[in-house]
Design a protein. Structure first.
Length: 178
């Protein structure tokens, strides 16, 4: 899988922005930057979520599109309470939230980042059992690093988004997943 640059030995596969409205942001990204099309998943729930030691099963919606060689995610939090999104942004704010990397061994990567002085800020598990986390890189990079294990299903999703971008002309930029 290609990415844009390595972070501590992990290839960046996605850049993510917090936005107040994923549909409006997807249309804007398509028309201004040629990114897309965007595949939207609304009301993503977690089976478990912890942020800075507190329970936080945050509900969020995401739009996933291709932007050159890297996937771009537009995310908005739907629920109240603490989360990695609310740590950086209020509901009406927008900005870079995280770069995402994949790993073949999540626990080894947690230890790797910890040795670099980058601590685990958030750990979450999706309803389908996929674990992901946000590493605190706020002091060094100004944003989080999201990390998740590579899987056939995840790689297939990335490939589907990338293939949909071939010959994308910014028309009809939104597709719904659920």
């Amino acid at each position: 899988m290609s990415g844009i640059l390595p972070i501590y030995g992990h290839t960046v596969v996605q850049i993510a922005y917090h936005v107040p409205d994923i549909e409006a942001a997807a249309v804007q990204m398509a028309h201004q930057f040629g990114a897309g099309p965007f595949f939207i998943s609304k009301g993503i729930q977690l089976s478990q979520g912890w942020h800075r030691g507190e329970n936080c099963p945050f509900v969020h919606s995401s739009a996933y599109g291709q932007w050159g060689d890297v996937m771009v995610e537009l995310v908005q939090q739907e629920s109240e309470g603490p989360s990695p999104f609310r740590e950086l942004y209020e509901p009406f704010e927008r900005g870079l939230h995280h770069l995402a990397v994949m790993t073949s061994d999540l626990k080894a990567s947690y230890k790797h980042f910890e040795r670099q002085g980058l601590m685990l800020a958030t750990r979450a598990v999706t309803l389908s059992g996929v674990e992901f986390a946000f590493i605190d890189a706020l002091d060094s990079l100004g944003h989080f690093i999201e990390i998740y294990e590579s899987s056939e299903q995840l790689l297939g999703f990335y490939q589907m988004v990338k293939e949909a971008a071939v010959n994308f002309d910014a028309e009809d930029p939104i597709r719904y997943l659920n």
